[in-house]
Design a protein around this ligand. Structure first.
Ligand SMILES: NC(=O)c1ccc[n+]([C@@H]2O[C@H](COP(=O)([O-])OP(=O)(O)OC[C@H]3O[C@@H](n4cnc5c(N)ncnc54)[C@H](O)[C@@H]3O)[C@@H](O)[C@H]2O)c1
Length: 698
């Protein structure tokens, strides 16, 4: 799947070349279509208009031959095909045009499956989206055990598998397995199947070794044609079909509350696949595809996909990597929740010695023990060899003696979120470490310039804000102060890359991007509750945004105490906009760790003890009113952040919200949602992005 920048569409043609030969075992002549865009494997073959022409021409050519017993289709090295050329979507401006794209794909692909002779897909490499659908149009599929990716990622992107997938797959493998691929995998950050998964699910008829995959596939096809091998197909049981669909619909409702179009459209198509004819089903897929292509959720998703694929890999504002200093030993000050996760990450990814410190030996021991236990878990799960584990374990040590940092070239502090403590740590470090060693802070909200204020070399100080859980969250906010020099910054970006994090350059402003925006909107939610709106109503208010979790679930995850602390820091910086909830303070004082509790049926309800301790007013807002306040506040805050230069562009705000808070692709992160909901214009007088970048051009 490939997406290019809006307006820059030029199709890379995938050629479909035909060769014919006699199969072994006197199975007859085979016509083998080879899909190849004649570029290396880093540029996978996709289907645009000319690519579909190529397949049609290949089928014309085969049709004109009178001695072909079977057709097979395969790809170039490492790639079968990765589906539609999504870069063309920017050029689609009408529903009719969108419908036509669906029809052309269907007409072409079904021709292959309806040639009247057996058809085989030799899935030699990555098969995604339309690539996998093309394989589904064939009668049989061989799959290489070495395939790196196999999926129907459409729903993840805001589409449906619309070139046959929603009909052919459930009719091949049943609705349960089909939904695993179409919905579950796709909605689990676009999870890919292995060849073994494809076999288990019934997509692959056989899995063959990569070394002589094509030869073995031809032999296998010949065996099928001569009857040596029989492929048993069982018609899916339609008795369970409706029940499976309603179970899946209930799951979607719990997660998305009807807010995302694509998963529901895909589910409707799979539901209809039970009894629809092929013509009806393909027409319905065309319709769904066209509706989604002409919707803002897909356009925002493609924008988000582009940010994650491109902007995240080439961070704006990163100096030339050549200026970066090598890092041969890392120091981590603190051995608490974040520090111990950081120590593990640095050791794992940089493979250099990492030393941790804390204020007493038991805390040090606890931090080091956490790292060692995580390494042991990786071994137990078969994710790490015992050799590697032994090496990593030896790399991580702990001490209460800060002189152990003397030979570190990068030291990150993750002590309590308290300015005086952090200043003291930096002052101590400056007296110990080499002059060129970099001093980083994992602060969530404090001023880095203030931390560095009394140092001799404030130019080596930088913010390195990770998100919890560190191993899972891809974002790293790299915060430079006005004093931070380019070598420090270049080293920070180089380290981030090695850590496999996506870095966004931010200014040294209170709480940077993600926490500032989350705190501003959570402030509106807690304020609504304090004023009198029931907690459950306020908690449901953001459902139309399809956020990864409700506001009070988020508050529980962050921890009420941490959330309160950050709101206090931000309220001190911006007292007119940030709200500190007295009820939240009470919840913290009562030692409550969450606001919502499990209801026993997979959902959540307000903890009655929390509800009982809250003093509330008499202004009761509706969900819509709460949402309007929260969304308006986000628009206001995002605009201020851009005006203050906290990040270079709205795209960086979105990247931060996608990678640091898991905000949905369908909202484009944040600013595309603010534009399309009208909040941006209403509150700030202008859109964040020009129309057409993350929305359907009007
Ligand atoms: N918890 C999160 O989700 C999260 C996420 C991002 C950033 N952060 C930031 O990371 C930092 C640490 O947070 P945490 O949640 O890991 O806290 P934590 O309380 O779990 O750990 C802090 C540790 O620092 C130790 N410490 C305090 N002063 C010290 C000193 N002078 N020298 C050595 N050790 C000292 C404490 O004993 C404690 O073990 C904070 O700045 C916080 O804002 C936290």
């Amino acid at each position: 799947m490939s997406v290019t920048q809006p307006g820059m569409h030029e199709e890379v043609v995938t050629f479909a070349r035909v060769q014919t030969f006699d199969m072994p075992a006197r199975a007859g002549r085979m016509a083998l279509i080879n899909l190849d865009n004649d570029l290396d494997h880093t540029r996978p073959s996709t289907f645009g208009s000319q690519g579909l022409d190529q397949i049609n021409a290949a089928l014309d050519q085969i049709q004109a031959m009178d001695d072909v017993a079977a057709i097979a289709i395969t790809g170039k090295p490492f790639i079968f095909a990765v589906g539609a050329d999504l870069s063309a979507i920017d050029t689609i401006t009408s529903h009719a045009q969108a419908l036509e794209i669906g029809r052309r794909g269907h007409d072409t692909f079904r021709r292959l499956g309806e040639m009247g002779i057996p058809t085989f897909a030799f899935v030699n490499g990555a098969a995604m989206g339309g690539g996998l659908e093309l394989a589904l149009h064939c009668d049989y599929r061989t799959v290489s055990s070495a395939i790196a990716a196999m999926s129907l990622p459409e729903v993840f992107l805001g589409l449906v598998p619309g070139w046959g997938g929603c009909y052919l797959l459930p009719n091949l493998i049943g609705p349960i397995n089909a939904l695993e691929v179409i919905l579950t995998n796709s909605l689990t950050m676009n999870k890919q199947m292995t060849a073994a998964d494809a076999k288990r699910l019934g997509i692959a008829d056989t899995v063959l070794e990569p070394a002589d995959f094509i030869e073995q596939s031809i032999q296998w096809a010949a065996d099928v044609l001569t009857g040596t091998i029989t492929v048993k197909r069982q018609k899916p049981d339609t008795g369970m079909w409706d029940m499976v669909i309603s179970g899946a619909r209930a799951q979607l409702d719990t997660r998305f509350h009807g807010a995302l179009s694509a998963p529901y459209r895909a589910l409707d198509l799979v539901a209809a696949a039970k009894s629809a004819t092929r013509d009806q089903a393909f027409a319905a897929e065309d319709q769904a595809l066209a509706d989604l292509v002409m919707g803002d959720q897909l356009r925002a998703s493609l924008y988000a996909f582009n940010l994650v694929q491109k902007r995240a890999k080439h961070p704006v504002g990163a100096p030339d990597a050549a200026a970066a200093r090598p890092v041969t030993k890392v120091g981590v000050v603190g051995a608490g929740l974040m520090a111990s996760q950081l120590a593990l990450l640095f050791a794992r990814r940089l493979q250099v010695p990492v030393v941790m410190s804390d204020i007493d030996q038991p805390r040090v021991d606890k931090g080091v023990a956490y790292v060692h236990a995580e390494i042991d878990k990786a071994v137990a799960k078969g994710k790490m060899s015992t050799d590697k584990a032994a090496r990593l374990t030896a790399l991580v040590s702990g001490t209460v003696d800060m002189s152990a940092f003397a030979d570190c070239d990068f030291i990150i502090e993750a002590v309590f979120e308290d300015l005086a403590s952090k200043k003291q740590v930096f002052a101590q470090l400056e007296a110990i470490v080499a002059p060129e060693a970099i001093l980083a802070t994992n602060t969530s909200s404090l001023s880095i310039a203030a931390m560095a204020q009394h140092l001799t070399d404030p130019q080596r100080v930088i913010g390195f804000h990770f998100f919890n859980p560190v191993a899972v969250m891809p974002l790293l906010e790299i915060a430079r102060t006005s004093a931070t020099d380019d070598v420090t910054l270049a080293t920070a970006f180089a380290i981030s890359k090695k850590l496999n994090k996506s870095a966004v350059l931010v200014a040294d402003a209170p709480a940077f991007v993600v926490n500032r925006l989350l705190t501003r909107f959570l402030g509106e939610i807690t304020k609504a509750v304090d004023e009198g709106t029931p907690i459950a109503v306020a908690d449901r208010a953001l459902e139309p945004l399809a956020l990864p979790m409700s506001p009070f679930t988020l508050l529980g995850l962050v921890g009420p105490a941490v959330a309160l602390h950050v709101s206090q820091t931000l309220a001190a910086a911006f007292p007119d906009r940030f709200y500190v909830s007295p009820n939240l303070a009470k919840v913290v004082q009562a030692g409550k760790r969450s606001i919502m509790i499990a209801n026993g049926t997979g959902g959540q309800v307000v903890d009655p003890e929390v509800a009982a301790m809250c003093d509330t007013g008499s202004i009761v807002l509706t969900e819509d009113e709460v949402r309007e306040r929260a969304v308006d506040a986000l628009a206001d805050e995002a605009r201020r952040m851009l005006d203050e230069g906290v990040v270079a562009a709205a795209q960086d705000v979105d990247l931060c919200m996608i990678l640091g808070a898991g905000w949905p692709f369908a909202d484009g992160g944040l600013t595309p949602y603010l534009d399309r909901s009208g909040a941006a214009v209403k509150v700030t007088g202008a859109r964040f992005l020009p129309a057409g970048i993350a929305s359907v051009p009007s």
